[in-house]
Design a protein around this ligand. Sequence first.
Ligand code: GTP
Ligand code: MG
Length: 369
Amino acid sequence: PEDIRVYEFAEKLKRPMSDIIKVLFDLGMMMTKNDFLGADEIEILSEEFGVEVTIVDPKDEFNYVQETDEEDPNAVERPPIITIMGHVDHGKTSLLDSIRKAKVTEGEAGGITQHIGAYTIEQKGKAITFIDTPGHAAFSSMRQRGTDITDIVIIVVAADDGVKPQTLEVIKIAKDSGVPIIVALNKMDKETANPDLVKGQMAEHGISPVDWGGDVEFVPVSAKTGMGIDDLLENILLTAEVLELKANPDAPAKAAVVESSLEKGRGPVATVIVQNGTLKVGNNVVCGSSYGRVKALVNENGKQIKEVGPSHTAVVVGLNEVPAAGEIMMAMNSDKEAKEYAHKRYEYERNKELSKSTKSTLEDMTSMI
Ligand code: GTP
Ligand code: MG
């Protein structure tokens, strides 16, 4: 076969065919299982399902699809990426501030002036990258875009307040994402802290503490006093070790946008976490429908850096537009390629908008298969 058919693609992805057909349908493309997919469709689908697709023979463009993530022989160990989630005011940001303060040297401490959504620390010579989730909106949009980049989720529960509606929400999100969970029992400095009560509540919702015979570590901490922070970090490293996380620093850069904004003087900026490869100043990048040449990379301490490797974060300056959080940034071979790809995404978004009005016939469609 010259090309790949819809059902073959579904098989490769190990996804139900109806999912593939629905995504195509949402884009205004009426396809059935035996239809051939073109390069554009493959590109869009792989983004939608969060997989990397390599077209092996560039002359015979569409004939072979392969997931590349784990199998790269040049992949080496990379730091874990941790997302902090939990109910409002249970101390997510305070915990991150506390970890950061405990782990940066005196010289750097003065540089912590603004809130940052993602940063990397070192514990016993091992790097760990954290992502804060303000009100967890950023996280859910990331999930929707299929760019869930988290290796481990930390659920923060205030020990004096217990399980709350958003705690339940994040339990569900964490479970759905299938990544390991660690619970941080925060505010243990408070007299009213009742860790056993919280453990009971969590266990009721399927998060069972290891010391109760379950499989989830509960680490008592206080963001206020710094108590338990080292324990928490040790637990993260132990969990990460088992995951054997890898990336290839020599691959073309692929990074996920955690935060973005339009800044006076600097223009559109995006805080990214590199998933694979190394992002360098001078790289031509595409990020959704925005593109540009990386003019500057700024690390979490406000220092300009030349490049940023796997699992590390940086603020990227040089895009023509502000990309959405959750968007994937990719290094391209040329300025022209970046522009073309950005344009394709623009068209894709536009088709998606246009196809919304025809959604009602989806049922008829899928019953045809
Ligand atoms: P959202 O981002 O709004 O969801 O809140 P958050 O989870 O980031 O909570 P944040 O860190 O902003 O903390 C909320 C309040 O709890 C602040 O007033 C903190 O000072 C307080 N707090 C956080 N951690 C602790 C702790 O360990 N002990 C005590 N006593 N207070 C804490
Ligand atoms: Mg916060």
